[in-house]
Every structure is written in structure tokens, then in C-alpha cells.
Design a protein around this ligand. Structure first.
Ligand SMILES: NC(=O)c1ccc[n+]([C@@H]2O[C@H](COP(=O)([O-])OP(=O)(O)OC[C@H]3O[C@@H](n4cnc5c(N)ncnc54)[C@H](O)[C@@H]3O)[C@@H](O)[C@H]2O)c1
Length: 361
């Protein structure tokens, strides 16, 4: 498919809720893109400084778009993205890429079939601390990674569940809404996860969806990891509190979301504090530890994501997070959701193979 290369890309936003409105702000603030249309059945036609349509179809027919940002409910992601790709527009699709791995495979197939330009909105991958942490891990600065631990917890307001019904239905719990970001980053930083165990709870809110979960991970590299998450508990710990990505979260400087433990050094992320023993003494546990902060140039993830998306839309860059890549993150989330109630250790590659073959995992 031929990519457009106008000086200013005409963007539409599909779904103008909590996240879609943030995308509207990012688009308004960015160079090289303009807000051309909004599609959302629940917004007034004159509610924005651009035309608003009640459906994606009407917008695609009328607005002559180069690209769209899709931020509608998860269950609509794949059908909406495929419809937009068929119309020849580039797509920035909010995470999760689909509601389950099987559905995400339909999108992977459509991207290939249509030669589509699609980026999945795992925005944290665009944070400069992630690129630096990735370089540290993969460049051997930590030695061999033996373990990683992570935590995300924040208390969502009750109205999040009462006012928006899909938030309390299966598929919109803390795993798929929040932990999906963390598992995506852990895969990006530490490689593929081969086994996963999980314990989950709905005790705090009493809803059908899980509010709290703990995961054990075994990576292909041989490293092991753990991740704990809750959307019912107050905490300063988590990616969102440790970065200034959105004003929707309080910012606590020097915050930590992940601790990566290597044989030569440890690294906390995203504050990028690197800890190592004093090699002039002896590089082991009784030696003094030093802490140095790895330097990065600050940059907002969403602004960087949008800039990258414009390059993808123009056909000048391959997506940093493709549908296939995001589908692997989704498979991991689903494997965790399978592991929790069955108390099984789930072999992630076998889980994917079963789904791909149409077998029940
Ligand atoms: N990247 C992030 O950090 C992040 C954060 C929050 C939400 N999200 C994702 O963004 C998406 C939206 O989440 P939200 O919290 O904004 O939900 P929301 O319920 O606030 O917004 C969804 C919007 O989609 C609209 N909508 C419903 N059906 C539609 C249709 N057929 N066509 C167009 N619009 C339609 C709704 O009217 C609503 O305005 C979800 O996929 C969610 O996972 C991502």
C-alpha cells in the first residue's frame, strides 16, 4: 500500500473517552499532524474543533484521513483496525491489541494481507529510559540478567467501574488494562517469557474482573521474575507514578517500577539507578555498593509515540510495536489469566501453538 507523504498528516481519533481525549491533546500539540475528525457515537457533532461523526464508517467516508488513532473499547479494536486498514489509512491502535490472542491473530493476518501500516500503543516503549535500560541489558552492562521484579498498584476510583460498564466485565481487569503494559516492557527488556504462574483475586472490589494479581515468570534467557499488580490499593509504586507521561497520575521523582538484577550490576527502571559492587575491593555481596544514574534526555512517551507513528504512516519507519509483537504480549496476559484459576504453570509457547491450531489451551 502506498504511504502518504503530505507535510501535515490528517488524523482521526476513534473513541473520544478518557484515553481518546488525551490523544486529541497529543495531536494538537504535535508538529506534522492535524486533528481532522473524531468518531464516537456518544459525543456531540459540534463538540470539537473538527467534525465529529457517530461512526468510524461515516468518518472514513467523509474525512479524507491519512491515519487514525483508535481508542475505543477493547472488544472493538480488531474490527475497527481492520476496517481502517482496508480503507488504506495508517492505524495507531491502543493497547491491548485485541481481547484475546486468537482475535489478535486476525489482525496480524490483516496487516500482512493488506500491507497495512499499524502501530500498537504500548507507549512506554517510546520512553527514553526504556531505550537506555534495553541498551544496558542487551549490551551486557549488568552482566547476565538473573532476575527481575516489578510492581504496579494504584487505587482506581469506584466510578471507573460503575460509570463505565465494560470496565467491570471480564477482559477489562487489571491484567488486561494495566499489567499488559508491564508484561510488554518485561518482554522487551528481558526477552520472551516461556513459563508463567499466577494467583489473582477479586476480593477487594467483589467484581467479575480481577483487581489484584501476582505473577511468576521464567524467561527464555534463564532469568526468573515476579510481578505484582492491583487497581484497588494505594501505592506510589508503578510506572505511571514514576514517570510524567500523563497528568492523570501523581508523579513521584526517583520512582521504581522494575528492578533488574544481573551478575555484575542491578538496574532500577525508569529512574535508571545502576548499582554495582566496588571492583577494587571484591565484586561480591560484602563489598561496598555504588549507585550511579544512567543519563537520558527526557522525552514524553506519548509525544515520541506520535512522532514515530507519523513516520510509520508515511512509510518511513517500521512500527516499534507491531501487531505481531503486541499479540505475543497479549498471549502472555492470557496465559496468566489461564494460570490463575487453574493453578497451572502455563508453557507460553504451547499456549500460543494451541490457540494458533484452534485447540483449547
Ligand atoms: N495507553 C494507555 O495508557 C491507556 C490508558 C487508558 C486506556 N487505554 C486504552 O484506550 C481504550 C479506551 O479506553 P478508555 O479508558 O478511554 O475508555 P472510555 O470508555 O473512557 O472511552 C471509550 C470511548 O469509545 C467510544 N466508543 C464506543 N463505541 C464506539 C464505536 N463503535 N466507535 C467509536 N467510538 C466508540 C465511547 O463512547 C467512549 O467515548 C482502551 O482500549 C484502553 O485499554 C490505554
Amino acid at each position: 500500500m502506498t504511504a502518504p507523504d503530505p507535510a501535515t498528516l490528517r488524523l482521526g481519533v476513534i473513541g473520544a473517552g478518557f484515553m481518546g481525549r488525551q490523544h486529541l491533546d497529543f495531536i494538537r500539540a504535535a508538529a506534522g499532524v492535524s486533528l481532522a475528525a473524531v468518531a464516537d457515537p456518544a459525543v456531540p457533532a459540534d463538540g470539537f474543533e473538527c467534525p465529529a461523526y457517530e461512526s468510524t464508517e461515516r468518518m472514513l467516508d467523509a474525512a479524507q484521513l491519512d491515519a487514525v488513532v483508535i481508542a475505543n473499547p477493547n472488544a472493538l479494536h480488531v474490527e475497527t483496525a481492520v476496517r481502517c486498514l482496508e480503507a488504506g489509512v495508517a492505524v495507531l491502535l491502543e493497547k491491548p491489541v485485541a481481547v484475546d490472542y486468537a482475535q489478535s491473530l486476525q489482525l496480524v493476518e490483516a496487516v500482512k494481507r493488506l500491507d497495512g501500516r499499524l502501530l500498537v500503543g504500548h507507549h512506554r516503549r517510546h520512553h527514553p529510559a526504556v531505550a537506555r535500560a534495553h541498551a544496558a541489558v542487551h549490551g551486557g552492562e549488568l552482566g547476565e540478567v538473573v532476575a527481575v521484579s516489578g510492581l504496579w498498584s494504584a487505587r482506581k476510583e469506584d466510578a471507573y467501574f460503575t460509570d463505565i460498564p465494560w470496565h467491570s466485565r471480564p477482559g477489562a481487569g487489571v491484567l488486561l488494562i494495566n499489567v499488559v503494559h508491564d508484561l510488554d516492557l518485561l518482554r522487551h527488556l528481558c526477552g520472551e517469557v516461556v513459563e508463567i504462574q499466577a494467583i489473582q483475586s477479586s476480593h477487594a472490589r467483589g467484581l467479575d474482573v480481577e483487581d489484584t494479581v501476582t505473577l511468576n515468570l521464567r524467561f527464555h534467557s534463564g532469568a526468573v521474575g515476579s510481578f505484582l499488580a492491583s487497581d484497588a490499593g494505594v501505592s506510589p509504586w508503578g510506572w505511571d507514578q514514576a514517570t510524567e507521561e500523563t497528568s492523570a497520575f501523581p508523579f513521584l521523582p526517583d520512582g521504581v517500577a522494575y528492578r533488574i538484577v544481573g551478575t555484575r550490576a542491578a538496574l532500577s527502571v525508569p529512574n535508571l539507578a545502576r548499582y554495582a559492587y566496588d571492583p577494587s575491593v571484591s565484586p561480591d555481596w560484602h563489598s561496598p555498593l555504588s549507585r550511579t544514574y544512567l543519563p537520558v534526555v527526557p522525552r514524553g512517551s506519548f509525544a515520541a509515540q506520535l512522532e514515530h507513528f507519523a513516520e510509520v504512516a508515511r512509510g518511513r519507519a517500521a512500527p516499534l510495536v507491531s501487531a505481531e509483537d503486541a499479540s505475543r504480549t497479549l498471549a502472555l496476559v492470557e496465559a496468566a489469566a489461564l494460570a490463575a484459576p487453574t493453578h497451572r504453570t502455563v508453557d507460553v509457547a504451547r499456549f500460543r501453538a494451541d490457540v494458533e491450531a484452534g485447540r483449547r489451551p
